[in-house]
Design a binder for this molecule. Sequence first.
Ligand code: BJ8
Length: 434
Amino acid sequence: MSESSENSQTAEVDYHPMWSELGMDVQAHDGLLGAVGQMYQESYLSQKNRPESTSYLDGVAMNIHSGRIKEMVDAKHAEGKKVVGSFCLYVPEEIITAAGGTSVGLCSGADWDTAKVEEHLPRNTCPLIKSFTGFKLGRVCPYIESSDLVVGENTCDGKKKAYEFFGTQKPMFIMDVPNVKTDETKQHFRNEVRRLAKRVEQETGNTIAYEGLKAAIKQANDKRRALQRLYKTRSADPAPISGLDSLLAVQAAFMDDPVRLTAAINKMSEECERRVHDGVGVSEKGAKRILYTGTPMAVPYWKIFTIIEQAGAVIVGEECCTGSRYYKDLVDEGGQTLDELYDAIADRYFNINCAIYTPNPGRIEDVLKMAKEQHADGIIDCSLQFCTIYDMESFGMEKAAQEAGIPYMHITTDYSSEDSGQLKTRVEAFLEML
Ligand code: BJ8
């Protein structure tokens, strides 16, 4: 059985009873699935010269609200395996895995029930926050509905205040993430990781033990190693795989079964390594190479990548939470005690260079390093509308890119398609000058 069919269960199964049992609005959800299917067709299935092994990603996309949810629900019934959802890269999946839970990412990438959302949140809230709130109010996300516990975090102002409302809808636990990096705040974050562990233990009814945490660290690191391997292949010209598929590989990493996904990414990497050896690319040799940086891209937000790649460029790296920040650093596996493992986890996550930190020079360093190693011709920096922290950082990012002699473009956009025509024109003009 191929991996894509392994995770696909069977396409003929009717999942409506499962969605109903989860309390979802089944009719509205059908509408959402139809729209996402259309977007997938236009962004993904229209690509040429994809590596064959990306069929796994098609399987993930096809089953994202069906087969994968069934696996999680079945595990809940059979083993009492609790589902713990989160919205941010600062929430360590290792803790959830070690406590016997299923970790899922809940960030959402499409507008939904905006009018209802605006009864509870200000209009000028970023689309990502509005989206997960709308998905909850509209009961169209099986990941939110199947979560037994949702972990939020004090990161940007929008998210931390929106969680006050979200907490009226789902049981929540909030982690405090510092906004500056000092020895004291690192210690504080280490304590927060332990506080999270206690809450997750309470939810799952399992105690986190040394061996279990060590195994969970290795499992997450294996996934990161596979994604690092895939990233490396993209430094070749022609690039063996598109930015769209690479983005989807990381998006899938937040939802799919971790062991199965790791095997599939390794298979994709193997094929990409062969392609590089044979000079086979997803685009022409000499295609303009773009490094993406900015806000995360949650499923099904593929708009910007589609515009860039359909304009003839290839994205060769993503410095964002649905890209390198997810996989570039491993957790040290050498801890000899449970406490050392907790600290190793905390220290790895504390080093993520999100714009919530001030100052945040590490992000600029990462972008310039990636641009160099992937031989990027230009950098496209994208902020979601009303995301002040990424918008603010774009000034420093532009200056650094200019000093390094790398062409740079900043985009502020949202989840609608209203600005697609205008963005297309801007991207094409940018590519022409590279
Ligand atoms: S570690 S990037 S996942 S906070 S786009 S909601 S920042 S207003 S998502 Fe993020 Fe964690 Fe940082 Fe990553 Fe706020 Fe901006 Fe909206 Fe954002």
